[in-house]
Design a protein around this ligand. Sequence first.
Ligand SMILES: NC(=O)c1ccc[n+]([C@@H]2O[C@H](COP(=O)([O-])OP(=O)(O)OC[C@H]3O[C@@H](n4cnc5c(N)ncnc54)[C@H](OP(=O)(O)O)[C@@H]3O)[C@@H](O)[C@H]2O)c1
Length: 332
Amino acid sequence: MKTILLSNYSANVLRAILSLKVVDKDIPEPGKDEVLVKLHAAAVNPSDIAFIQGGYNIVKPLPATPGFEGSGTIVEAASGLKNLIGKKISCFVQNDEGGTWSEYFTVHKDDLILLDDRMDMDQAACFTVNPFTGYGLINIALMRESTAVIQNAAGGQVPGFVRTLAKENGMEVINIVRKPATAERLVKEGCKHVLTEQDADFKEKLKTLARELNATTAFDAVGGVLSGNIFNAMPGDSELVVYGGLSGKPMSGIDTMDVIFNDKIVSGFNLIDWKNELDKNEFVEIVEELQQKFINGEMKTNIRESIQFEDIVRGLKEYIGNMSSGKILIKP
Ligand SMILES: NC(=O)c1ccc[n+]([C@@H]2O[C@H](COP(=O)([O-])OP(=O)(O)OC[C@H]3O[C@@H](n4cnc5c(N)ncnc54)[C@H](OP(=O)(O)O)[C@@H]3O)[C@@H](O)[C@H]2O)c1
């Protein structure tokens, strides 16, 4: 089978991308409680980029096949799981041996989502991570009874799902982006509140809007100074939920007095921990609800291009150059 191998982690993203090679390898055998999946398409997410840079919380022994998410068909299975052969799945793989940027890979049964036949398999390649993250984030805002939320990196896919689910729940969204072109697109798509980080009056505008709309929950995928800017702009009794570190910089500039006197807090969100806290039935119901939204077309990942394994270097360079243009999929 063909697989993509990373031979060196490198903080320099271009160097990391250039170290990816397509090689031939034996098809792996499923271990206990595992199935073997034939890939339909693998997603490329910011976590994959952080992984090849050696900056993610998963560090595999090298050489390793990257890729945490994908869709495909089960073609072999450990004993006790043979009934799954032939099923279409979406999955999230974080074991040392696995990696979805491969024609075949093994997955633990608990990391699979069995798909409804009506699910589009390209959409399924990006189903296990971002839609559930958007769902988990919106639930935090609902539990806090927020009627408005703030989010940065607003041109990305998680923020897109947050907007869809916020609308469904009657919540206003203040969207923050870093490029004027992304702001223009969001306005064209009907977003009412869009701010660009570099605007001279960004901090004042954000503070005015946050207080006017009483935006008491914010979702931060960026970190750095933007975390402090958002935190300080929010009214009292607010929560900044950090779920990504796209700037690669430590969060900074948080107003100490706000934390002490205005009941404002910072928390973290991690999809795996969120999923582990749900009981099994609750998760099954959420899977069903989200699949239905994909089948109806209410939710959709914006996919810009599908590339073949051999195009991995060009594809990744294009993705990191303009992440707001949508995901690339890797296909055999
Ligand atoms: N904690 C969890 O469990 C969890 C789960 C899923 C996703 N995430 C995180 O969620 C975030 C978004 O993921 P995604 O798949 O939605 O991303 P995506 O669709 O690939 O898009 C990334 C977005 O981030 C923007 N961006 C990149 N670097 C930035 C920076 N330094 N400052 C400001 N904006 C920046 C990009 O804007 P440009 O177009 O300007 O590049 C783009 O709009 C990532 O950090 C990812 O790791 C976390």
